[in-house]
Design a protein around this ligand. Structure first.
Ligand code: UD1
Length: 425
């Protein structure tokens, strides 16, 4: 087990380049199941979740190779298997996304049921009901979802809530289904748009990209003839923006998908942070104190739940009281106990967190509880007086590429060592 050790209070300065989006790369990798030939992807982040998805595809018989120029080549299986084992699904809940493409490609899928996830109940009923409505027979047996469909048929599916994963699973089943599928109240996250562009490049017929109604005309075959470059990660970009703002630094963020970051940029601006679009990239700095603001997470184009924890760090040292409301997941304030140990003053009354601004954080040993909560603790450590040690770093490794190297290049004192060791800066 490793931990991150950070000596805080350095102002971050310099240029940082944002990697490809985890949540787009994972789904596009799953979509490669649908292709009859080799898929070539660029801008795929080298993070743990991507490696797990690569293993899932290999378990299905596909060949996955990372090459030096940051590309990922995925070759189809000579005989595609249909089982995603528990060991992998358990490591990454998003493995469930292979269900739709497998059903569409081989007419059956056996995917381990994802275990309990700490940020909320994270049900999959919309995925399963949607596939059933398309004609799949689904049984839950011995901890596996067993799905079968001789033919998937186009139909109309109306989600009660715009679920990202369910929209993607149904979309990937529908591109090869017989007839037309209409998805209503579809999620509109930029990573879904990226998946749609990739599917269209392979010959899928999809109308309504970027809107909440998707109309999909099934086709017989999908081919991947050109390279596809994954969209950049708006959450990683947002995390670095908060790092600059928190530490009173001045950084330039390259490759930020600015078009998809409206709410993040608006809320940071409201909190008194300056964000300038320059020829080099987005320049972030802060002139005065951080202002208290209220935030409510919502499906895109609302404020992303995946940036909620990072914003709590910023608001913890704002002037005045802020209220953060979490509307997407039930249990996404887990890091609050750790933050309060670092000197924050946060009170939870679900689904709200009331944050009273304090003068600063105090470095402490803390434990990452989930991916974004872990990243938020890193941010708190960067701003804290003294040394912060963050245990259970594996959560953070799931979604941030080269986090320490990027932070170090901006001037942070950060190191990764064994949990048992100690380090003096
Ligand atoms: C994806 C993202 C995650 C992000 C989330 C919301 C990936 C790998 N993960 O997760 O980073 O935080 O979108 O933007 O892309 N729900 C149901 N039934 C279902 C499906 C979902 O009730 O069948 C509920 C969930 O319990 C949750 C809410 O809908 O409360 C949102 O979940 P969803 O949009 O599906 O998130 P994920 O796809 O799991």
């Amino acid at each position: 087990m490793e931990k991150l050790v950070i000596r805080g209070e350095n102002k971050l300065e310099g240029i940082v380049k944002i990697s490809g989006a985890k949540n787009a790369a994972l789904k596009i990798m799953a979509a490669s199941i649908l292709s009859d030939d080799k898929v070539m992807l660029k801008n795929v982040p080298r993070i743990k979740d991507v490696f797990v998805m690569a293993k899932v595809l290999e378990e299905l018989g596909m060949k996955v190779n990372f090459n030096k120029s940051r590309g990922l080549i995925i070759a189809p299986a000579s005989s595609l298997k249909h089982e995603a084992p528990y060991e992998l699904v358990n490591q990454m809940r998003a493995s469930i996304i292979v269900l739709g493409p497998l059903l569409a490609k081989v007419g059956k899928a056996c995917v381990a049921l994802p275990g309990g996830c700490n940020i909320g109940l994270r049900k999959i009923d919309f995925h399963l009901r949607g596939l059933e409505k398309m004609g799949a027979k689904i049984r839950l047996e011995h901890g596996f979802i067993e799905a079968e469909a001789d033919v998937l048929k186009g139909t109309e599916i109306d989600f009660n809530f715009p679920s990202v994963g369910a929209t993607e699973n149904i979309l990937m089943a529908a591109v090869k289904a017989k007839g037309t599928t209409i998805i209503k109240n579809a999620a509109r996250e930029p990573e879904i748009l990226d998946l749609i562009y990739f599917l269209k490049q392979m010959g899928a017929k999809i109308k309504g990209a970027g809107t909440s109604t998707l109309i999909i005309e099934g086709v017989d075959k999908l081919h991947s003839s050109q390279e596809y470059s994954v969209v950049s990660d708006r959450i990683e970009a947002g995390t670095f923006m908060v790092a600059a703002a928190l530490t009173g630094g001045n950084i330039v963020i390259q490759n930020a998908p600015t078009n998809f970051m409206g709410m993040i940029i608006d809320k940071l601006t409201e909190a008194g942070i300056t964000i300038d679009e320059t020829s080099e990239g987005l320049r972030i700095f802060r002139k005065g104190e951080i202002k208290a603001i209220d935030i409510s997470t919502l499906p895109y184009p609302g404020f992303p739940t995946d940036m909620q924890a990072q914003m709590m760090i910023l608001l913890s040292i704002a002037k005045g009281a802020s209220i953060v409301t979490e509307n997407v997941f039930e249990n996404r304030f887990m890091l609050v106990d750790e933050l309060n140990r670092m000197g924050a003053d946060i009170y939870i009354q679900d689904p709200h967190a009331v944050i009273k601004g304090v003068d600063g954080f105090i470095g402490s040993p803390v434990r990452a509880t989930d991916l974004r909560g872990g990243a938020a603790l890193v941010l708190a450590g960067l701003a804290a007086k003294g040394v912060t040690e963050i245990m259970d770093v594996f959560h953070i490794d799931r979604g941030y590429e080269n986090l320490e190297a990027k932070l170090k290049s901006l001037g942070a004192d950060i190191a990764r060592i064994d949990e048992q060791e100690s380090l003096k800066f």
